[in-house]
Design a protein around this ligand. Structure first.
Ligand SMILES: [Zn+2]
Length: 466
């Protein structure tokens, strides 16, 4: 395993060995090298969810904060899942009046899965990239926020209170993390003016950032467990009451339903905001009125685009008998449904139940109400956008087809913004939740600097201007 202490020398050697490879040439400033080391240590702690097991990762972040004399608080959910918080008071304001800015990320990662060309929890550095599950989603963000928090601790004046929050369980829905914290520790979220979380979506092509997208709205999960019951028995017999067959027939009816393509207000606002500087968005927005005909899209949509215009349904897990010659008395399927921000969930569920038929039991495992997008007409949003774009690239509010913990916050009227400081490009962007997740260290270092600058601008604009 490579030590990150040797990183600058290593990168230099690699640059020489690989002509044309996009590797950082200059030695990184000391603070950023330290940040890369912290990211490596964080990635090495396996927080695959399930089971999550965030305690050691929370301990690592806590120990870094303690070394700087900053206190932390641990919150352990009934299922034993650890979240961590640290605070920096505002100066010059009574504590009960200071607005709070929350820097939030999740400690857990999705399981590594197969197909990796580097060990997923070794944080190896290859080709100027740090490889490992969580290197992008979301441990790099957690370290960038940590560096920003530590830098803010040095400021003589802070006009906003800062809360650093590392939460458990995001990848499995957040019920043992953010949702539980909001329900059982609402005091944590008192006086919160805004939360900066994952979910920001910038577009960078060949090193040039076309725009910074601050995520203000997203799709909503509707996770369902379906169960069919029937008559168990021997696989050799005719069995017209097979639970598996009933389930398969019901799923086939559900999947045969024509997709409900539509342009939601969120998608309209998203593509119209991007149209000014993104040719793809401009072309889409210009054809909105004729984008969907009775047969579906009237033009090819780029990969990943369909989710902006559809409630999607994916059958992701199936379960029946464990033996080839045994008919199980029950069969189950799990559906990952993602609704558009304004879809009527009750209506969607009613229609789905009708298609599945009365003999299928449907249990809702996770849902999210329709909520208003985070506001973009506040002074904080204006300051955030100015700091993130830094006068170099436009900043726009965006809608993402994914789901983050921000929905739990918005549900309670808390302004949550997805802010991604890293100028990631393909193919790295495509490795999130897949094999070979990796973070280019040069991108990481610039992103850490950007997050430090953004947070400084929000808590001490006077210091940021200097
Ligand atoms: Zn994430």
């Amino acid at each position: 395993m490579l030590s990150l202490r040797a990183l600058p020398a290593l990168l230099g050697a690699l640059s020489a060995a690989l002509p044309g490879a996009a590797l950082p040439a200059a030695e990184a400033p000391a603070r950023l090298a330290a940040a890369a080391e912290r990211l490596a240590a964080y990635v090495r702690l396996d927080t695959s969810n399930p089971p999550g097991d965030e305690a050691a990762a929370a301990e690592l972040l806590a120990s870094i904060l303690h070394q700087r004399g900053l206190a932390t608080e641990r919150y352990i959910s009934p299922a034993g899942r650890t979240s961590l918080a640290a605070r920096l008071a505002a100066t010059g304001a009574a504590p009960e009046d200071a607005p709070v800015l929350v820097l939030m990320h999740h400690l857990d990662v999705v399981p590594a899965g197969a197909g990796w060309s580097a060990p997923p929890f070794a944080a190896e550095v290859r080709d100027g990239r740090l490889w490992g599950r969580g290197a992008i989603d979301a441990k790099s963000l957690g370290i960038a926020q940590l560096e920003a928090f530590l830098a803010a601790a040095e400021l003589p004046v802070r006009r906003r209170e800062l809360l650093y929050l590392a939460v458990a369980d995001e990848e499995a829905g957040g019920t043992q993390g953010t949702k539980w914290l909001l329900e059982r520790h609402p005091e944590l979220f008192a006086r919160v003016e805004a939360v900066l979380n994952e979910g920001g979506q910038n577009r960078t092509v060949l090193g040039r950032t076309l725009f910074w997208g601050i995520e203000v709205t997203q799709k909503r999960p509707l996770w369902l467990e379906l169960e069919a019951r029937g008559r168990g028995g021997h696989g050799s017999a005719l069995n017209v009451e097979s639970a598996a067959h009933r389930l398969i027939a019901a799923l086939a009816r559900a999947l045969a339903a024509p997709p409900g393509w539509r342009i939601s207000p969120a998608a309209r606002a998203h593509f119209e905001a991007l149209a000014a500087f993104d040719p793809q968005a401009r072309s889409l927005a210009a054809s909105f009125e004729r984008l969907f005909g009775p047969e579906g899209p009237t033009r090819d949509l780029l990969p990943g685009m369909a989710g902006y215009f559809l409630d999607t349904l994916q059958v992701t897990r199936l379960e029946a008998s464990e033996r080839i010659n045994v008919v199980a008395p029950a069969a189950r399927a799990w559906l990952d449904v993602r609704l558009l921000p304004d879809t009527d969930a009750e209506g969607y569920l009613r229609a789905l139940r009708e298609r599945l038929g009365g003999d299928i039991e449907v249990r809702v495992l996770l849902d999210a109400p329709a909520v208003a997008p985070a506001p973009t007409d506040t002074p904080l949003y204006a300051e955030l956008a100015a700091a993130l774009g830094d006068g170099r690239a436009p900043v726009v509010p965006v809608f993402i087809a994914g789901v983050t913990d921000s929905r739990w916050l918005r549900e309670r009227g808390i302004a949550a913004y997805g802010v991604q400081p890293f100028e990631l490009e393909w193919p790295e962007l495509g490795t999130v939740h897949g094999p070979d997740e990796r973070m280019p260290l040069a991108v990481f270092e610039r992103g850490v600097e950007r997050m430090v600058r953004v947070v400084r601008a929000l808590v001490a604009p006077e210091a940021a201007a200097r």
